[in-house]
Design a protein around this ligand. Structure first.
Ligand code: FE
Ligand code: FE
Ligand code: ZN
Length: 276
């Protein structure tokens, strides 16, 4: 049985997120490590984090997904902006290390015309420096839609990053909207896509999923999330994905355009797919 949850606001702290998750029958959740604009994180409240961890354990939650700010681009062109992004990564890893065993997910980055190879070596350099401290955190590369110069729009590109970093503490988070927009037909060829993922990346590296429908057709490279059943992927395909035996143990997080009541409905829907 997968763990189901959604993206939550971290404003009230960690125990508040655990409570909110519980109130919508979620047993995992995702949150931004800081304001999406990438401003300084406020000082972590270690007592709140420790109590939240204990509550998660008592309620048999699965691993959480801490999400980096969208603006963190480890392969941006200006060296000082790149240093700032690497600094954000290091600080965020320290924060997530206070929630041992959970995941830190980020968008690999956009090479902004520097080229794929340069972008990948810059991402790898930042990751290697972040991994030096040996923190109890697994870093996840998110599969991307491949918009503009975004890296991670293909499984091969993620494989190149994994090879360049060569650490078992780096995994992958598969976003259903992103892979669909990137041209992977998870609607009509789920088995083929999972086989390709396994061949190129390895299913053992897959640690979490983002469950979203897409506002655009296959291969559109747009990245616009839709509510479940209101996009081009559709409920039948999403039901096959969340009930697939190869994915059964993973946290699955909604990032659909919803408020809490909408998330509650979608989590109930996802759970109904598993029971049937
Ligand atoms: Fe993301
Ligand atoms: Fe996502
Ligand atoms: Zn997205």
């Amino acid at each position: 049985m997968p763990y189901f949850g959604c993206h939550l606001s971290p404003t009230g702290g960690y125990q508040a997120m655990v409570r909110t998750a519980g109130s919508i029958d979620a047993d995992t959740f995702q949150f931004f490590t800081r304001n999406p604009r990438g401003s300084r994180a406020k000082k972590p409240d270690d007592q709140d984090m420790a109590l939240a961890l204990a509550q998660m354990k008592a309620q048999s939650f699965g691993p959480l997904v801490a999400h980096a700010p969208y603006t963190m681009n480890l392969c941006t062109k200006e060296p000082q902006n790149r240093d700032f992004a690497a600094q954000v990564l290091r600080e965020d890893l320290q924060l997530v290390a206070m929630l041992p065993g959970n995941f830190y997910n980020f968008h690999p980055g956009s090479h902004v015309g520097q080229g794929l190879q340069t972008g990948i070596s810059q991402i790898a350099a930042a990751l290697c420096s972040g991994l030096e401290n040996d923190l109890p955190v697994t870093i996840l590369l998110e599969t991307m839609a491949g918009k503009g110069s975004e890296i991670g729009g293909s499984f091969q590109e993620l494989r190149m990053i994994l090879d360049a970093v060569a650490s078992s503490r780096v995994g992958v988070c598969l976003d259903t909207c992103h892979v669909w927009d990137g041209g992977y037909d998870i609607r009509d060829n789920l088995e083929g896509v999972l086989e390709e993922f396994d061949r190129v990346i390895g299913l053992d590296r897959l640690k979490a999923l983002h469950i979203n429908d897409s506002k655009n057709p296959l291969g559109a490279r747009k990245d616009r999330h839709a509510c479940l059943g209101e996009g081009f992927i559709g409920l039948d395909a999403l039901s096959r994905i969340v009930s697939h035996p190869a994915l059964a143990h993973l946290p699955m997080v909604l990032e659909t355009p919803n408020e809490l009541p909408g998330y509650a409905k979608e989590i109930a829907l996802l759970r109904s797919f598993i029971k049937s």
